[in-house]
Design a protein around this ligand. Structure first.
Ligand code: NAD
Length: 260
């Protein structure tokens, strides 16, 4: 279904981004991976995706907190003769603290990666999409793009912000073949969440298993984690022709979190 398309998935060396990259590759899309990690491990992931799905997979190590590196990444992709048809703005970080204790530099970092990077990547990707009159921009927001939790000021602000950005990009391109939508996952068991489980276990003197159950119990009525594979399949749907009129949506996949 996506043969001949090229997808850039930011933060795809791990977690949800890797799940989305795998799902798009399964549909035949060539991939540009991005994210941090051990160089040998990233190359193993890159080569593994090529072998498993028979697609071309390259890697760009841009630090998306640096807007100049985002421009340079798109220039490098262009130099290789590729253009991005599908942009998945997924890279993100978390920091947990009450507002009065929130380190200003962590606020800046969370906003830079979870919100501003999606603006800069969209700004760089749109001209080539507009030229071809086809494109998909998928922003990985969160249940925290729709509702808040204590101690997550920067994350909640960034995720609410990215849903606003999604709507603007969708409207500006509404009469074209370019759609822009957000996916709003609930808890997914990735390294980002494992850190919060470990912190909860340490703070409450409970085991990691107990912390996992209490984390889910607070927010996610299904009491089950969402999986990166499920989010990948939703991204594939948003790339399909059937989703051509899905524009500016904030699509939940959260075990019922935001239904409460
Ligand atoms: P993760 O920590 O597993 O992956 C984050 C990815 O971002 C990694 O590939 C990492 O290398 C990359 N990254 C970090 N800093 C970067 C930078 N400066 N430049 C480029 N890449 C960078 O996290 P995840 O849980 O897979 O989260 C992915 C997205 O999903 C995030 O936007 C997150 O907010 C969102 N999300 C996660 C959950 C969850 O429960 N895990 C829920 C809702 C939304």
């Amino acid at each position: 279904m996506l043969k001949g398309k090229t997808a850039l998935v930011t933060g795809s060396t791990s977690g949800i981004g890797l799940g989305i990259a795998r799902a798009l590759a399964r549909q035949g899309a060539d991939l540009v991976l991005n994210g941090f990690g051990d160089a040998a491990e990233i190359d193993r992931i890159r080569a593994g995706l090529e072998a498993e799905f028979g697609v071309k997979v390259s890697y760009e190590g841009a630090d998306l907190m640096q807007p100049a590196q985002i421009d340079a990444m798109f220039a490098s992709i262009g130099k290789r003769g590729s253009a991005i048809d599908i942009l998945v703005n997924n890279a993100g970080i978390q920091h947990v603290a009450p507002v009065q204790d929130f380190p200003p530099e962590r606020w800046d970092a969370v906003i830079a990666l979870n919100l501003s990077a999606a603006f800069h990547a969209s700004r760089c990707a749109l001209p080539a999409m507009q030229k071809r009159n086809w494109g998909r921009i998928i922003n990985v927001a969160s249940a925290h793009g729709l509702v808040a939790s204590a101690e997550k000021a920067a994350y909640v602000a960034a995720k609410h912000g990215i849903i606003g950005l999604t709507k603007v990009v969708a409207l500006e391109n509404a009469r074209t073949g370019i759609t822009c939508n957000a996916i709003c996952p609930g808890w997914v068991l990735t390294p980002l969440v494992q850190k919060q489980i470990d912190a909860r276990a340490a703070a409450q003197g409970i085991s990691a298993d107990e912390a996992r159950v209490s984390l889910l119990g607070e927010k996610q009525p299904s009491l089950e984690f969402v999986t990166p594979e499920q989010i990948g399949d939703l991204a594939v749907f948003l790339c399909s022709d059937s989703a051509q009129q899905v524009r500016g949506a904030a699509w939940t996949i959260d075990g019922g979190w935001t239904a409460q």
